[in-house]
Design a protein around this ligand. Structure first.
Ligand SMILES: Cc1cc2nc3c(=O)[nH]c(=O)nc-3n(C[C@H](O)[C@H](O)[C@H](O)COP(=O)(O)OP(=O)(O)OC[C@H]3O[C@@H](n4cnc5c(N)ncnc54)[C@H](O)[C@@H]3O)c2cc1C
Length: 410
């Protein structure tokens, strides 16, 4: 882009669509709309230059088969694929109980149950594509400080004094969404008093594409296969237990992990940088408002127990992109937003409920529940229709697919 173009971009203040938040979800929406006729602005609080957005750390993100399909349809998958590791098997167990269930890509007749890559790698690809989009005006670093809603548009002021307007504002500014607050929307929130510790781990055995989900009395643990024979660990502990684990020398941390997890994945021999994430469930009460829609974590933020938060957000993106591409003159028209809500509400409500019940069931240490859980996992393993249902849901294939999800094999 030459200086004249850059200047012209700086001057543009009126848009069809303004996206607030250029994290995984907001960036994906902008890129999904790259072939549309829409005039788009994106406001992101952190600079894109050094990948400094808070979510782009080293934790592994499990992309469902449905998300892979959406990225494929957006033309992003060939870029992302070299950084991704296929999940071929998932092994689900309950510490101290008998029940186990196993899912396999072969049995589901798909090339992979999902793919894992670091949030940092995903962020690098998304940021690069954003910066290459000539029709996109980037306001970055910048934040929205106030907004006012009119019948035919929404107007925002940025913290650098710029004033912008758009027919539709999409809030993708994460769990603590400023837009949600400025619009005055309530959200239901559940604090789990649990902390997720994340780290990348090496084992003395090849992971061979195996992912593990293990339920323990202090919360669930997951191990996802990654590049260079590393695995991405999510270890949920009760609030207060995290400090000792974060501060422990590597050998002590690995010992404790081995005790909790067992030897199914081999012997843990190396651990990378550890970080912690407090866990809450949040769902905005009315994510669709006149001229404004909340998507991704701004609308619903899940416990990472099933690795579904971004996958759910990407399905928001796919549906919204399809409706906006076909929108005609006014992309913020109430009928379009109504269609979006109709299409998305069931999937969002179901996943929020299912994740919450799963957390409660598997965090509950009452003996009878524990035995039922064990029996349930054992029974699940012998019931192909139920197992297929679980696999379809975790692959993100059970929902009505928008155009962007109809690429490979759907
Ligand atoms: C431990 C852990 C593991 C996880 N693992 C998985 C997984 O395996 N699979 C999966 O699908 N999901 C997973 N998730 C969930 C996933 O990380 C989130 O769903 C995803 O990051 C949500 O993306 P987002 O773009 O909606 O929000 P965010 O990633 O929070 O991005 C919001 C963006 O908005 C910007 N922003 C914030 N405020 C403003 C403002 N006022 N103005 C402008 N910009 C602003 C921020 O800088 C940021 O770039 C996991 C989450 C955790 C905590």
């Amino acid at each position: 882009m030459n200086l004249a173009d850059a200047h012209q971009k700086q001057q543009k203040t009126q848009f069809d669509l303004l996206i607030v938040g250029g994290g995984m979800v907001g960036a994906s929406l902008a890129i999904a709309l790259k072939n549309s006729a829409l005039n788009i602005g994106l406001i992101e609080a952190r600079s894109l230059a050094n990948n400094s957005q808070p979510s782009y750390d080293d934790r592994g993100i499990a992309l469902s088969y449905g998300s892979q399909t959406i990225f494929q349809s957006m033309g992003l998958w060939p870029d992302i694929a070299p950084c991704a590791t296929a999940i071929k098997h998932i092994h689900i167990s309950d510490r101290g109980r008998f029940g186990v269930t196993r899912l396999s890509a072969e049995k589901q007749q798909v090339p992979a149950l999902g793919q894992v890559l670091t949030a940092r790698d995903l962020g690098q690809h998304l940021n690069r594509h954003l910066q290459q989009m000539t029709q996109l005006s980037l306001f970055c670093p910048a934040q929205v400080s106030s907004l006012s809603k009119l019948d035919d548009r929404i107007e925002v002021s940025l913290d650098n004094g710029q004033k912008l307007s758009a027919k539709l504002l999409v809030a993708a500014d994460g769990r603590d969404s400023t837009i949600r607050r400025l619009v005055g929307l309530d959200a239901r929130e559940q604090q789990y008093q649990q902390i997720a510790i994340t780290a990348n781990i090496s084992t003395d055995q090849a992971h061979n594409g195996r992912a593990f989900e293990r339920f323990t009395d202090s919360g669930p643990m997951a191990l996802l296969p990654m590049s260079d024979n590393r695995s991405s660990l999510i270890w949920t502990v009760s609030e207060g237990q995290e400090k000792a684990l974060l501060d422990a020398p590597d050998t002590v941390f690995l010992d404790q992990l081995q005790q909790r997890f067992g030897y199914r994945a081999g012997r843990f021999i190396q651990v990378g940088q550890r970080s912690s994430h407090p866990l809450t469930l949040m769902q905005a009460d009315m994510p669709v408002q006149p001229r404004c829609v909340l998507i991704g974590n701004a609308a619903h933020s899940l416990h990472p127990i099933a690795g579904q938060g971004f996958n759910l957000g990407l399905r928001d993106v796919a549906v919204l992109a399809e409706l906006l591409t076909d929108a005609g003159e006014d992309c913020g028209h109430a009928a379009i937003l109504h269609n979006y809500q109709q299409w998305r509400q069931k999937d969002q409500d179901q996943l929020v409920r299912a994740t919450h019940h799963l957390v409660q069931l598997f965090s509950n240490n009452i003996s009878l529940l524990g035995h039922l859980r064990g029996a349930g996992l054992a029974a699940l393993d012998t019931l192909p229709p139920l197992k297929n249902w679980l696999a379809q849901r975790s692959m993100g294939l059970a929902q009505t697919q928008p155009r962007l999800g109809r690429g490979i094999g759907l």
